[in-house]
Ligand binder design. Structure first.
Ligand SMILES: Cc1ncc(C[n+]2csc(CCOP(=O)(O)OP(=O)(O)O)c2C)c(N)n1
Length: 369
């Protein structure tokens, strides 16, 4: 089904969103559509609010697209700005439905996958689960023939995903390090008791592969697999509560930007032994390689947010220098590391449930006694 063309035919001329693997091809096509103005958003609430501005200026509902994990990020503007008790503004949402009923999916997606229809109903949004042969149904839903509410959501499950081809990287990455080289350097540089927290996406699984290849405990690191953008706050919470060791946070550029204001918590905190690494591949590599919002000068942003020390490391020796400089400075440090976009195939997954993995991490770190 050509969902983008159906949106266009329904009058949509503006779209904003955060990419999702379920919507992989949709995200590429809508970004390239000649008649639809497209913006990548830093977070889902931002995407939704962009569509509100579009409606205010044009009277046309815009389209906000996202993975269902991002719906809670958008519920604030949905209910407190666009809802019938607030400004009562129409919009159309396209939502990638991870863990749709009957589809096996990762545990972090299950809660929202199960409850999304109820969440949308509570938010006064009319919902249609899109069927593979449901073009006519979608057209009638969007035109208002079969749905009278002003706010509408189409739920798209992975079985409808088509295409999925990666596009060329948004920037020349020939001189960038590959992520595995960076991870090796970080693990070599860290002391035996130092702690790693990895953000969402493939980095956690790449660390797992590295630990297994090195014969090390695969549960030494905490993979913050849900909650995109929150790994740095988990890491900072550990660092605030356990000043005896350094905490490394391995973040993606998309994740760093999603809730960037939170990083200012490092400002003025001389006690924080936190090394925040932004692995910047310029894209959302884990969901299909769609470009992240920007370009952004992460080093300038880091300084502005109050990191006492900020470095950009484009090669192994610069990364070694940056790690040493941060280790010798009070307070948190940020390292911006441009990395290549490729994602290795066949990455392992943890062989335990999330609570069991967390328990193992706390045991290895000595936090459970
Ligand atoms: C709140 C939320 N929005 C979107 C997603 C879908 N998602 C999973 S990984 C990812 C990309 C993360 O990009 P980045 O942090 O740059 O890391 P990379 O994938 O490039 O390593 C996205 C958008 C999600 N899981 N949760």
């Amino acid at each position: 089904m050509d969902l983008v063309q159906i949106l266009r035919d329904s009058g949509v001329r503006f779209a904003a969103g955060v990419p999702d693997s379920t919507l992989r091809e949709f995200c590429w096509v809508i970004a390239e559509h000649p008649e639809i103005d497209h913006v990548t958003a830093a977070c889902e609430g931002g995407a939704l609010a962009l569509t509100l501005g579009h409606w205010i200026a044009t009277g046309r509902p815009g389209c906000a697209y996202m993975q269902n994990s991002g719906l809670p990020n958008a519920l604030n503007p949905i209910m407190a700005l666009a809802g019938p008790d607030a400004y009562d503004i129409p919009f159309i949402m396209i939502i990638g439905w991870r863990a749709a009923p009957g589809i096996a999916d990762e545990p972090q997606h299950r809660g929202i996958g199960r409850e999304i229809v109820r969440l949308l109903e509570l938010a006064d949004i009319d919902t249609l689960a899109v069927e593979a042969d449901g073009s006519a149904q979608v057209r009638s839903f969007l035109s208002g023939e079969s749905s009278t509410r002003r706010r509408k959501a189409l739920l798209v499950s992975p079985s409808l995903t088509t295409g999925g081809s990666r596009r060329a990287p948004a920037r020349d990455e020939a001189d960038d390090m590959d992520k595995n080289t960076v991870l090796q350097i970080l693990v070599d540089a860290a002391g035996p008791s130092e702690v790693f927290v990895t953000g969402i996406g493939h980095t956690g699984r790449e660390m797992l592969a590295l630990r297994l290849a090195r014969g090390e405990d695969p549960f030494r690191d905490l993979a913050a697999v849900g909650g995109m953008g929150f790994a740095p706050q988990i890491a900072a919470g550990i660092a605030m509560s356990d000043p005896s060791r350094r905490v490394f946070c391995l973040d993606g550029d998309g994740s760093f930007l999603m809730h960037a204001g939170n990083h200012a918590l490092v400002s003025g905190r001389k006690d924080l032994k936190l090394t925040h690494i932004v692995l910047d591949n310029g894209c959302h590599a884990s969901v299909g390689g769609h470009p992240t919002i920007g370009p952004v000068d992460f080093a300038a942003l880091g300084s502005g947010l109050g990191y006492p020390i900020v470095r950009k490391a484009k090669n192994p020796s610069a990364l070694h220098d940056a790690l040493a400089a941060i280790a010798n400075t009070d307070g948190a440090g940020l390292i911006h590391v441009p990395v290549r976009t490729d994602v290795p195939g066949g990455l392992p997954r943890p062989d335990r449930s999330l609570p069991a993995g967390l328990a193992a991490f706390r045991r290895v770190a000595g936090y459970d006694g």
